[in-house]
Design a protein around this ligand. Structure first.
Ligand code: ADP
Ligand code: MG
Length: 403
């Protein structure tokens, strides 16, 4: 393990950097614009450091979920252009990942120059479950470089060619971003300062159950909002109308509520909910209404925690010395349902201690709602990876660097 300094002198070396440049884009193919460049900005320091040390930097990354074949809607070209602006230097772009364009582009790099390879997921080998298929694609990637730096925190929980297999084929090290993320996660799991408060929201309860399971033994307080809260409310026997509900998780939620009580972990659920009769859409003005959490009308769906809950959540965060927050409290993309998320974000900025925001949408929400990123202790670039770490799982992209 270690910083890329351990790769030794990188002057004149071709260094393949796996970054996470998976940003949200809007608009038609060919004219796509980046709506939130947070991940590109987070990737800059490592690339800059390597270039300043004289490396020939070859950046590989994915964008969206193309089906293992080229798809212009998911081209990294606009992202490469943005990276160039942020770096303040020209960035060469290869129109394929390991083909003729990539080979020529890398061969054309001089010391200190940077190139971006086209979307690594345009190649079926990247995410293949077949070790041999992934391995042969990783062989091709490895041929483009003399060393590998793993800096895409958002993908380190994936056993994929550009994350895992390539690290078996080249001298490999952790990039500055991944190393900073891991340091923060270690502080959350090794003797966190107390009270330790965890706030969970977002859309899918089943995504987050593993982490709840593990945190019940560690956190002092667990606040639950977002779409996942309705499965908990239903588990307590309440009507949740047309809200998000995962029937098959009711029993698990009930079990967690019971275990929390036994182990003295305080679980804070909302007492009021902002509902509407339909999910926010462009063709309809939202008609938000506040109802009691145990009296959601059958024709309504819950889209945010209510004002009373927002206040209670903020109070429950106020005295924390450590906070981890993943998942928006409501459908913050619509202003009518953003107040709960905003209240939680605001409370985190006031925490005297370590405050961590994890998750792509949570981080985007913080920026979209106008908060200064510097007011948070740490904004993680990877939701899935942070959650798996907090679940106590081994992250393949980290483990492979620690061999
Ligand atoms: P993150 O990316 O931070 O881990 P998730 O991907 O789990 O977060 O969830 C983010 C999504 O959850 C947002 O798009 C938001 O609109 C949605 N969401 C939040 N609350 C609700 C709700 N009550 N009903 C439906 N979706 C919700
Ligand atoms: Mg998300």
């Amino acid at each position: 393990m270690g910083e890329y300094g351990e790769l030794g002198d990188v002057q004149g070396k071709r260094v393949l950097v796996r970054s996470d440049l998976n940003v949200p884009l809007d608009g038609p193919a060919g004219e796509r614009v980046i709506t939130d460049d947070g991940r590109v900005r987070a990737s800059v320091p490592t690339i800059k450091t390597l270039a300043a040390a004289g490396a020939r930097v070859v950046v590989t990354a994915h964008l969206g979920r193309p089906q293992g074949a080229p798809d212009p809607a998911y081209s990294l070209a606009p992202v490469a252009a943005r990276l160039g602006e942020l770096l303040g230097q020209d960035v060469a772009f290869a129109t394929d990942t390991v083909g003729e364009s990539a080979t020529a582009t890398v061969a054309g790099l001089e010391d200190g120059q940077v190139a971006v390879l086209e979307n690594v997921r345009f190649n079926e080998g990247e995410t293949s479950k077949d070790d041999a298929v992934r391995g042969s694609f990783a062989d091709q990637l490895a041929q483009l470089a003399d060393a590998f730096v793993s800096d895409g925190f958002g993908v380190v929980h994936r056993k994929q060619a550009s994350v895992y297999d390539v690290a078996l084929r080249l001298p490999a090290a952790m990039g500055g971003l991944v190393s900073a993320e891991i340091d923060v996660l270690r502080r959350l799991t090794h003797d966190p300062e107390r009270p330790y408060v965890v706030v969970l929201g977002g859309s899918k309860v089943s995504d987050k159950l593993g982490v709840i399971d593990n945190l019940l033994g560690q956190a002092d307080r667990l606040l639950i909002g977002g779409g996942m809260v309705f499965t908990f409310l239903a588990a307590q026997g309440h009507e949740v109308g047309k809200s998000l509900l995962e029937d098959d998780q009711l029993e698990t939620c009930r079990e967690y509520l019971g275990r929390a009580q036994e182990s003295g972990v305080e679980i804070v659920l909302p007492t009021d909910i902002v509902v509407d009769t339909a999910f926010p859409s462009d063709d309809r003005e939202p008609e938000p209404r506040v109802v009691a959490a145990d009296a959601i009308p059958s024709d309504a769906l819950g889209l945010d925690i209510g004002p009373e809950s927002a206040e209670r959540f903020a109070e429950a965060i106020a005295d924390a010395r450590t906070v981890f927050w993943n998942g928006p409290m409501g459908v913050f993309e619509s202003a009518a349902f953003a107040a709960g998320t905003s209240a939680v974000a605001e409370a985190l900025t006031k925490v005297d201690g370590l405050s961590v925001v994890g998750g792509g949408d949570s981080a985007a929400a913080v920026r979209q709602l106008g908060f200064d990123e510097a007011a948070f202790g740490h904004i993680s670039t990877g939701g899935g990876a942070s959650l798996e770490y907090l679940e106590g799982k081994e992250l393949p992209g980290i483990a492979v660097l620690q061999r």
